[in-house]
Ligand binder design. Sequence first.
Ligand code: ADP
Length: 270
Amino acid sequence: GEGEQIFSVRATPLKGRVMLAFEDLSQTEAAQQIRRDFVANVSHELKTPLTALMGFIETLRGPARNDETARERFLAIMERETARMNRLVNDLLSLSRVEAVARQRPSDEVDVPRLLASALNALRPIAEEAGVEVVFDLPEDLPPVPGDADQLTQVFTNLIENALKYGASGKRIEVRVTREERVASLKGPALRCEVRDFGYGIDPIHIPRLTERFYRVDSHRSREMGGTGLGLAIAKHIIARHRGRFAIESKPGEGARFTVFLPVGAGQGG
Ligand code: ADP
């Protein structure tokens, strides 16, 4: 997987002793392979809509030249494909910005419940259009966390958008923040932020791979929904930068729950 240390071990007999040479391959072969796969994926993701666009342009120039109805229909498809390419490029830029600051500690003081409330507010029209009721519990008396407000907005916007896209059949989503006195893996207090839906859920075999770039359970469906396959990969990187934890749980047929644990900074724990 990404970010792991990969070592090659060479054993060389030398004057009756065995020398073990550890060579860190994480920056060499494995990293290069990951990069090659990534470039191939990006190219493929861009090529598909481009091929469609080129085909439609040709049709509009030729057979559909004088067909008003066909022209409108094709232009609508071209608009949708262009918007999708635009989202893809935006997500790629986000990913590279997130990587660029991965080692910098985020320095804003973030009021997470408030941030979630405004993310929900921005997505309200989408929820209404999908006929999904949004239930939320966002207490006002929680401590702020050290974080990057823009990046955290991106994480929660993505999780809520996914709940509205893939979980819409459940007709309800829930968003809540609570304070946990001690999250064992974080060795301290944290805010537990949960986005939950009651849609068709995710088969557990897919869960470990969901945060990989371009991994989709059903790529046709994701594309139909305008997805880029990068949202959860970006979320994972942002949460890692915050030294948080990301948990994905699901019972197929009953919905999915995405939980982000954000450590409450030292000295504010109370
Ligand atoms: P996409 O742009 O495809 O939505 P994401 O990285 O945001 O990319 O999500 C990756 C995949 O995870 C999606 O394609 C979808 O298959 C699955 N997924 C994400 N959220 C949910 C959810 N709430 N319910 C069911 N499946 C989900």
